[in-house]
Every structure is written in structure tokens, then in C-alpha cells.
Design a protein around this ligand. Structure first.
Ligand code: ADE
Length: 245
């Protein structure tokens, strides 16, 4: 069974990619897929680019062309839930497209003709990632967390929302919070991956480290966080999950 691992940005995947024993590289629809062995497991690693269309195209390619048993999306997100702080880790249990709105024809957020607004991640894979994340935070958190003022990072499991917009104002966060009070984090790909995996009937999980609070300072330190925290988080949590399973 092959595990596909997808990220939007190069720095989100770089550290994990360095651990892949590559035996084949190919390019499809502008995406470069690296196939090989990761901690003893067959794996395909690919960068999809930013946004829901990029994520959906990549997911559909992976699921249609390769024997992918499980798909994992890893990267960063903005924390919007109370108590979801920079340096924390969020594992999605459900995902929703916050910018999907075909009302009044369909209920707000519902993906028309699916009857669904919230798409569930695979319970077993997500639980494995959450346990691995807790272990990494306990035993070997990225040393650079201290430079971001992070003392005691936590793992959260819950709703992750996605849209084609980098959220970077208090006003927008307040609106999202008022409308979707149980949302923990906002990003730009996860719910698209969820919809495609649902269509294909294939299990998936979404793992995000919190790079910002989606407020007016959201862009500050973003590249440094990606390199120094998000990259080692993805590598160490995914490797711990693979070693446990
Ligand atoms: N990914 C990381 N931070 C984000 C934000 N504030 N909005 C959307 N996607 C993000």
C-alpha cells in the first residue's frame, strides 16, 4: 500500500523529502512526483501548489493514476480557535470550505449535490498522527519553537476550514469565528483534498502546524516558521506515525 504525502509549499515538504529513498521521479500536469521508500513504507511525495484547485487536481491525479492507499496532507495553517496558538499542531477530524456558498440554492457551505458541508478525515490515520504529534511535542519539539516564544505547544483535533484566501485580519477571523465557532484552523487546501478523497472513497488525513493567528501579523516570520518549525514538524510527526504503524 502506497502512502501519498502532499504539501502546498516547498518548505513544508523539504525535510521529509530529504528522508525519502527515491527510486522514481516523474512530472504530471506540472507536478513532480517523487516515489520511493520512507521509513520502510512505499511513498509518493508531491508538492501541489497553493489553493483548492491545485490541491484537488493533485489529489485526483494521485488517486486515479497510482495505487494510493492513504493520502496525507501536511503543512501550516492559521490558528483561529480559542487556545490554538502558534507552534501548536492541529489534526483535522472534519474539513469544510469556508468560501463555498451556493445559497439560497443550497445551504451555506454545502458542496452542491453532495449533501455535505463537512467531510470527515480517516479516524484511524488521524488518531495515529495525533499520537505521533503528541510524542514529538513531548520528546523532541523543533528547537526553533523557543525563538517564536512558544513554551508548551499542544495538539488539537477538530474542524479545519479551507478557502482560496490567506486570512490576515482580525475582522476576517472574527467573522469566521462567529460563523463557524468550532473551527480550529484555517488554510487553503485541506477541504479540497477531503472532497476529492470522498469522491474516490479513499482515506486521508490533514496535519497542520500553526504558523500564525490569521490576524494582521499573519505574514510576519512566515518563511522562517516554515523552514525552522513546520518542516521539522512534518518530518518528525510523519516519521513517528510511520514507525508506530
Ligand atoms: N496558512 C497558514 N496561515 C494561513 C492563513 N492565515 N490563512 C490561510 N492559510 C494559511
Amino acid at each position: 500500500m502506497t502512502l501519498a504525502i502532499v504539501s502546498a509549499l516547498p518548505d513544508e515538504l523539504a525535510a521529509l523529502q530529504a528522508r525519502l529513498d527515491v527510486d522514481h521521479t516523474q512530472t504530471l500536469a506540472g507536478r513532480t512526483l517523487h516515489r520511493g521508500r520512507l521509513a520502510g513504507h512505499d511513498a509518493i511525495l508531491v508538492l501541489c501548489g497553493v489553493g483548492k484547485v491545485a490541491a484537488a487536481t493533485t489529489t485526483a491525479l494521485l488517486l486515479d493514476r497510482f495505487d494510493v492507499g492513504e493520502l496525507l496532507f501536511t503543512g501550516v495553517a492559521g490558528g483561529i480557535g480559542p487556545g490554538v496558538a502558534v507552534g501548536d499542531v492541529v489534526v483535522a477530524d472534519t474539513l469544510l470550505q469556508h468560501d463555498m456558498d451556493a445559497s439560497p440554492l443550497f445551504p451555506r457551505w454545502e458542496v452542491p449535490l453532495t449533501g455535505l458541508s463537512r467531510f470527515a478525515a480517516d479516524g484511524a490515520l488521524s488518531a495515529r498522527l495525533a499520537r505521533a504529534a503528541a510524542q514529538v511535542l513531548r520528546e523532541a519539539p523543533p528547537p526553533a519553537l523557543r525563538e517564536f516564544g512558544v513554551q508548551a505547544p499542544r495538539v488539537h483535533t477538530g474542524l479545519v476550514i479551507s478557502g482560496d484566501r490567506f486570512v490576515s485580519s482580525h475582522a476576517e477571523v472574527d467573522t469566521l469565528r462567529a460563523e463557524l465557532p468550532d473551527a480550529l484552523a484555517v488554510e487553503m487546501e485541506g477541504a479540497a483534498v477531503a472532497q476529492v478523497c470522498h469522491d474516490f472513497g479513499r482515506p486521508f488525513a490533514v496535519l497542520r502546524s500553526i504558523s500564525d493567528r490569521a490576524d494582521d501579523a499573519a505574514h510576519v516570520d512566515f518563511p522562517r516558521f516554515l523552514r525552522q518549525v513546520a518542516a521539522p514538524y512534518s518530518r518528525d510527526i510523519v516519521l513517528a506515525a510511520l514507525q508506530a504503524g
